[in-house]
Design a protein around this ligand. Structure first.
Ligand SMILES: [Zn+2]
Length: 249
């Protein structure tokens, strides 16, 4: 199921080589937001992010990143991580996931750790109590283990909206990554920063074109009408599944 969202280490190496050839500087997600706020951003700045917390980040991606001396930001679904029985385990693809015990060394390697919810739901269909748990709990668990502030959140499936963003801000995150398949820019929404989702069908040529600002649009502010309609549809299905009198708000 995740095959469309994977590339081989050899292809990843080609991508990082292209970033270097095009003279890109790579920073973490929070560093990008900090330099945007300070107006010190260079136009050739890229952020490499990974969602979910699969084990092959440490086995395959990190060695290639380190060879290029590029940092990245890793968004973890805390309920899916292996080990750490005290960490409110959810059922998930645990055999493929990173282990809690590996996280300190990832931080030491320069990887920024962000949160990607606790159980990977469609956040914009949840009740207030569920939404509170999915945004607050991963931050608390990660900060307890890492001893550093977890500043950024990535929306599972990219789904968010004004209500979800309120919970993100309230939990203490200062940025959030969406999907949107567009280029982010200085006036992008810091609680729904656009990302380009690299998939296995993308050619190296497409990747190189992205680095030249081609083959994807700049991010627009606000939600498209079809995004709102699609959320209403998914939320309608979620409410039908819930008991009457739930605390959806
Ligand atoms: Zn995800």
């Amino acid at each position: 199921m995740i095959a469309p969202f994977t590339v081989t280490p050899q292809v990843f190496e080609q991508h990082l080589g292209a970033l270097r050839e095009e003279r890109y500087k790579c920073v973490t997600f929070s560093e990008l937001l900090d330099s945007l706020a300070a107006h010190t951003i260079s136009s050739r700045t890229a952020v490499i992010t990974f969602d979910d917390g699969y084990k092959d980040f440490a086995d395959n991606a990190l060695p290639v990143l380190q060879a290029h001396d590029y940092p990245s930001t890793l968004y973890l679904t805390t309920g899916f991580l292996a080990g750490g029985k005290l960490h409110h385990k959810e059922s998930g693809p645990s055999d493929l996931m990173l282990d809690w015990a590996q996280l300190p060394e990832l931080v030491a390697s320069g990887t920024e750790i962000g949160a990607h919810s606790h159980s990977h739901p469609q956040l914009d269909t949840l009740t207030a109590a569920q939404l509170h748990r999915e945004t607050h709990l991963p931050k608390e668990l990660l900060e307890n283990v890492l001893g550093v502030r977890v500043r950024s959140f990535a929306y599972p499936h990219g789904y968010n909206g004004p209500r979800v963003q309120r919970f993100i801000k309230n939990a203490g995150y200062d940025s959030a990554a969406g999907v949107r398949n567009a280029f982010t820019h200085s006036s992008d929404d810091r609680f729904n920063v656009a990302r380009l989702m690299l998939q296995s069908h993308h050619s190296l040529e497409t990747f190189r074109n992205w680095l030249r600002g081609l083959e994807a649009p700049p991010a627009t502010r606000g939600e498209a009408m079809r995004t709102k309609l699609w959320r209403d549809y998914r939320r309608g299905k979620a409410i039908v599944r819930r008991q009457p009198g739930s605390d959806y708000q």
